[in-house]
Design a protein around this ligand. Sequence first.
Ligand code: ADP
Length: 430
Amino acid sequence: METVIFIIIAGLFVGLIAGEIAWTLVITLLLLVGWNLFYQRKLLGWLQKGRNAPPPEARGMWGEIFHMLHRRQQSHHRRKKRLAQMVGRFQEMTSALPDAAVLLGENGTIVWFNQAAKQLLGLHRSTDSGQRIGNLLRHPLFLQQFNTEAGEAGFNIPSPIDENISLQVWHIPLAQNQSLLIARDVSQQQQLEQMRRDFVANVSHEMRTPLTVIRGFIETMIDSQDPDLEAWIDSVEMMAQQSGRMENLIDDLLLLSKVERRQEQRELQQVVVSSLIKEIVNGGQPLADEKGIQVELELDDELRLLGNERELYSAFNNLFTNAIRYTPADGKIQITWRQNDNCGATLSVVDSGIGIPPQHLNRITERFYRVDVGRSRDMGGTGLGLAIVKHVLNRHNAQLKVESRLNVGSRFSCQFDPDQVINAEKRVAV
Ligand code: ADP
């Protein structure tokens, strides 16, 4: 800038001396325009040569312009290189991932996916980018879960390219209407789980027959009142008691492996819960009377469940026998069955029993988990009751909620979804 001002002042000065200010000014300005045009052409030529060409030599203002442009070009190039390296590393990483990852844009359109998504979900880079994921993955459970809000909970579907591959899928919301779909092959895990369940079911089944024979003989020995057995009668009665416990355990193991099985097509019935509860309470009444426990019922006769009666019987019976087991003499048990605020229904079993310390509450539905092993055994518990309850409820779209206060009592609530409940209105509609 200074150079330009200097040239104009020098032009004016020469013009003054020569007495031709106007002409000298015109010539000076023309020289300046020519100088600018000359460097503009150089700039254009340089920009056209590409980023590797050195900047043209120049002095003054144009020298600075070339220098600054060159520096910016270099730093832009370095940033681009760093970004390209990062993207390269990210792509390498995601291709090495065994899980399928699909980035989805608005309305579930596919923006990007990794290598594993091709193998597990059968996506093709050329044809499927920009398509809606719901048009490519057509499994009903996928569509149902995908159309409900994206969330952290995973769900299982078979792979669209091979029915034998079982996928666990997560749909995770991201910012700006985007979401991420992750799918993991869990076939091997499921096979191992199935093997474990089959093993337990087979062993239990095999043990049941010899045990029934042994128990039969023991009962015959007790009934015979043979004087020769007089000295052994205590031991024989203990054998009867222990074999009875083993039988209960085997029955619970068989039931558990049945309800643990994956959701196969089951026949669903309309279950009249109030009658079921009355039947259960009648069965347990002698034990409750023996302990002086008062049982109160508040049951909505109109409210029914869509489900499997035998499974529901086992679950509710376990809750009731637990309430009797863990409530001291002269206690109270209340069972209520009514519609809840969400238009579903809740069955609650409330006792005034020993309660459960808070640190155990999260674990009591695990198999064989007991707060007090000795007490549970003495009461004839197998440690499988609540595991059965949990699985039966899972199969009926219901949740188990447990609230308890030590030495005050416990509340076990089974909360059923509206879809599972049939009330008087729905029956009329049907
Ligand atoms: P168990 O056959 O030992 O009763 P469950 O699976 O039915 O096994 O219950 C697990 C444990 O939870 C029990 O051992 C007991 O410690 C505790 N529990 C279950 N129900 C109650 C209850 N109503 N009151 C207090 N503790 C309970």
